[in-house]
Design a protein around this ligand. Structure first.
Ligand code: ATP
Ligand code: MG
Length: 414
């Protein structure tokens, strides 16, 4: 038997309705915020991510699916959504159009990680990227979109953590203080953090290594080093969230995994799904568009992991059940079979879910199959029914049976 590659999963027919539910809620929520869908390729030139995501990130350092194509180009399967959207925003000239521009996407992502619950090598994200405003209202709106999405899904017991990681200016002083603090324990840092120490010391706060976590426990807080503009921006974000009734906690340790973030960063974390509790994360990336050659256009966005959301929703009743089969037509004999085909074709045109037998099963076996499918009604046609232009319609819930005119069948299905 040929099996799945490690870290990938099938979505089987009996579970796809859960995915469709999350995707539908994502689209509908984004729509009410006036965001429009953007679709970018599954693979990009590697520099989109190495430059866009950042050289000191876990993603670029060790998680990317990178290969040379037959033309000798370095290609990478997208590990996240933002860099490709920004590349497209610049390349297609959207940055020169009407701003702000609000976009959203649903996409597979690929990261070479150790597979475990809530951590896969191919996973899926719902994300939004908003471009054009540096106003704190934009930050609050993106956070509110994320919150509305989770509320609409029916997700419970989830905490919003926010932080400001300042701008390049205030970070200079902070990096200095952080490095002074870390210096004493430099030798005990993991190799990756040793590398980060000079390149981007703040990323050390995000390290998953237990030793590094311990070392950073009492590290200085970025919030004490914000410049007055960044401070005012953060205060405004908080007061807008307060006004909108959005509850949050401040966590100065949140730096997010990507290099491009400035000012506001945030995460929604659940305590219900174990170690991989962060279901949604985002932040502001004011320098990224410029880095791709699109001028000084600010941006902010988030991405939610759909597999992790589904872990949360597993026990929730909020997921609408799969579309149910309304009518199964059970023919007896070849002539009746032709009629059954005609009936299901006509019924489907009315948007009703209908099916019939293609296995030449006897009537008992057909009822058994219809029952397995959860059919609401079964319509039986034998030679007698055929000659009279009727079907015998059975309500599978109540057991009630009646004869109805074959042409008026749809009126009897509720
Ligand atoms: P983590 O700290 O768990 O590695 P991250 O910071 O790498 O997460 P982001 O790059 O911010 O994650 O991606 C946004 C969201 O995508 C995460 O909050 C999570 O829900 C989901 N996600 C990230 N990596 C994976 C993965 N390997 N498998 C499944 N979902 C993932
Ligand atoms: Mg990660």
């Amino acid at each position: 038997m040929i099996t799945l590659p490690k870290g990938t999963k099938d979505v089987l027919p009996e579970n796809s309705y859960k995915w469709q539910f999350v995707e539908r809620v994502a689209r509908e929520t984004a729509k009410t915020f006036n965001a429009k869908e953007i679709r970018t390729p599954t693979f990009e030139h590697t520099e989109v991510f190495s430059r866009g995501v950042g050289e000191t990130t876990d993603i670029v350092n060790k998680e990317m699916y990178t290969f040379l194509d037959k033309g000798g180009r370095s290609i990478t399967l997208k590990p996240e959504g933002t860099a490709g959207v920004v590349r497209s925003f610049v390349e297609s000239g959207l940055y020169a159009g009407a701003l702000p521009l609000k976009t959203y996407y649903l996409t597979p992502c690929f990261r070479y990680e150790r597979p475990q619950a809530g951590r896969l090598r191919e996973f899926h994200q719902f994300g939004v990227e908003f471009f054009g405003a540096d106003d704190a209202g934009f930050d609050a709106e993106v956070i509110l979109l994320a919150k509305t999405f989770l509320d609409n899904l029916g997700v419970k017991n989830i905490t919003l953590y926010i932080n400001s990681i300042g701008c390049k200016e205030c970070r200079k002083a902070y990096h200095q203080a952080l490095k002074e603090y870390l210096q004493a324990n430099y030798d005990d840092l993991c190799d990756l953090c040793k590398d980060r120490f000079d390149k981007n010391p703040m990323r050390i706060l995000d390290c998953k290594n237990e030793n590094c976590k311990k070392i950073t426990e009492n590290a200085p807080s970025i919030l004490d080093y914000l410049c007055s503009d960044c401070k005012a921006h953060f205060e405004k974000v908080k007061s807008l969230l307060n006004a909108a009734g959005v509850e949050y906690k401040i966590d100065a340790k949140i730096v997010r995994g990507l290099d491009y973030y400035v000012r506001t960063v945030f995460e929604f974390v659940s305590e219900n799904i174990g170690a991989q509790g962060t279901v949604l994360g985002g932040g502001r990336y004011d320098g990224l568009v410029e880095q791709f050659g699109g001028g000084k256009i600010p941006g902010i966005g988030f991405a939610a992991g759909i597999e992790r959301l589904l872990l949360l929703l597993e026990s929730a009743e909020s997921i609408e059940k799969q579309d149910v089969l309304t009518l199964f037509v059970a023919p007896m004999g070849d002539e009746a079979r032709a009629k059954a085909f005609e009936i299901v074709s006509a019924i489907r045109k009315k948007g009703i879910i209908a099916d019939t037998d293609y296995m030449n099963r006897g009537i008992k076996a057909q009822f058994k199959y219809a029952d397995k499918l959860g059919a609401k009604y079964v319509a039986v046609i034998g030679s007698d029914e055929l000659s009279r232009g009727i079907v015998k319609l059975k309500n599978m819930t109540s057991g009630e049976e009646k004869e109805v005119c074959a042409d008026e069948l749809s009126e009897h299905l509720k």
